[in-house]
Design a protein. Sequence first.
Lengths: 299, 73, 396
Amino acid sequence: MAVIVHKDFQFIVQGITGREALNFTRECLEYGSKIIGGVTPGKGGREVYGVSVYDTVREITERERVDGTVITVPLAFAPDAAFEAIDAGIKEIVIITEGIPRKDASAVVEYAALRGARVIGPNCLGVITPDVCRFGSLGGPAVDCRKAFKPGVVGVMSRSGGMTTEICNALTLSGLGVSTAISIGGDPVIGSTYADLIPLFEADEDTRAVVVYSEPGGTAEAELARWTQENNSRLPIVAFVAGRFMDEMPGMSFGHAGTVVNKKVDSPADKMRRMREAGISVAEEIGDIPDLVRERIGN
Amino acid sequence: MGMFIRVDVDNSIVAKTPGLAEKLVEVCPVKIFALGKKAGAVAVVEENVDECTLCDLCMQACPQGIRVIKLYE
Amino acid sequence: MKFYEFEAKQLLRKHGIPLVRGEVAETAKAAKKIAAEIDGPVILKAQVIAPGLTATSVREASDPAEAKAAAAELLEIDDGGRKPKGVLVEARPSGPTYSLSFTYDGTAKLPVIAGSDLAGKIDDIGDEHPNRIVRRHFSALFPFSDYIAKELVRSMGFGGGDLNRMTRIVSGLARLFLKYDLADLDITSLVKLDDGSFVLRDVEADLEIEARHRQRPMLDELGFAKDDLRQVREPTEFELEGARIDAEDPRGIISPIAEFDGNIGLVIGAGGGSLTLTDAVRKHGGRPANYAAIGGNPSVDKARRLTKLVLSKPGVDKVAVMSNVVSNTRADLVARGVIKAIVEMGYEPADKILIFRVPGAWEADAAKILKKYGIEYCDRTVSISEAARRAVEKAG
């Protein structure tokens, strides 16, 4: 079992000839992911690491089943790339591109919903089910990626791509391992929030607990707390909230675009309170997460 | 000279294949190659050499004529 | 990016939104003149950015002389190291008062309008009177249609001519909210006058920072300087230089960069890792000299320039190079940049690096580079907290 991806998951990379895309395309292939094509307008006909490059998405979807796409095109072209993928019928869309204004992100997500597609991100690194499929750029080179992500029982959702790997690394070192990890993105408007995704973990037999990484800004934690209270979930949740120092600096923006303390609900203190009230364990340090998970699953 | 990376080019080999010099310029993600003064040759842009990402695309394009050496090994 | 209220109102007025009479004054004398023209009690609002000035930045005056005295005092307010950008002098009509708020709802992933029959910030109203707020989502994908505003206005309890007048205002604001890439638009008071018309009294607006480039024509029209990011306090030279380094090379990022008053130079990443690391350094009693957020795989040159910037800061002797386990940012490229900077500055890398904890992508190459320069490489078994503790201990 896995969340979002599976053993035969086939995806493409939009913007495949860029500096970053080249990196993670090679890494995914080495990891065993099935990348069946890439798109860069004007570079159709080329090949990178054995993957054919096309000018349009439809040139690939017309001849093969495409389950997902990783979009890593420059900012100005990102919404267009997403619309192209949605119209070509792709259902799982990871947007890595950073700095997309929330108006555009909102429009893309609304369009995806109308067409039955799911957006992960923007400003995220994607999804990984260890040893099954890596869909995006989590974990770096295959050799490093395998060190951080070992198959196991904990589902991970994180607003920070980097902290996804950090937390999974801690879970792997502790022996608990990871069922599926999703970097959900750090922007104020993202396609899939914790509360949107947790039912997928709920349905995943491999997942016995969920860890979330959160930051100042936004309502995602309040929404997760509400979900937890309203649904009789079988999954214990452990959360870590970064950026506590920001409580002393209202209005200052650090980290991701969504990271700012303007409203009460934005502040780490408020997030921790809401989550604790909903029965979510809140870790003081990243290093405490594995023990808290063990406590909660009685292992 | 780079502190961490050195790129050796054998232009006598690069020049043998028409269009290879242009391909090397295009394929490098950090602009280490520029077209050389002689037809079919490439020049190494020294200030970019330390930016090398070790992507191997240049060596794949010209296995005989290009060597990327890590000076820290 | 926060607008000064007078700028937000200039934008709204241009598009036919009804506003109270008033103008911005740059001197106390000008404030007196505006008050005389208004010919009645006025409110004076210092144009400031820093939070927490709400109480001190607003004054009422019953005549022009009083207005002049109040303006003189307001112009001296400290706005995070800046002077106020003038004083907005306005009429203060009274009557039934309402509020409107436009923002993005991260749960629905849609823009949303909230309305209330109470004045104030919607979030504050929500704390005490959640049942006095109505909400209506709209779309950033499809063009705004007036009926959406009408439905909201109807649910606020308006009927008859009021309904049509308010619908026009709400739809006008919704369209401007979308057109100008606003992240937040709060009409904290909107008043119904004796003649039945409505005017906006107090306005707060925030621009989506990521849209500042494509909104340049509007910002130019308002006289918004290119490097003015409306931080809560005036950026320091250190912060401006950090922003320049980031802007000059599109490969990866090193910002946001902020200057603190501590002694531990931080070359840290990424978005979430930097937040976690800054918390961890403080938790172990360390005083960070700065904030930085390396991400998106910066070039060697960018890492080099960031390191130089941090090490050149007065009071900083050493840097801690730390990150979460990296995926796309490469440990070897960071190592190259940091060491290059230190060598170029004429120091021994081993003397200047408190700790190098950047596990993950290309860590084997990073370890070799560090070994060549005599620096210990911390692998992924050293936690973020432990790395921060060691850095603090070594910094003394």
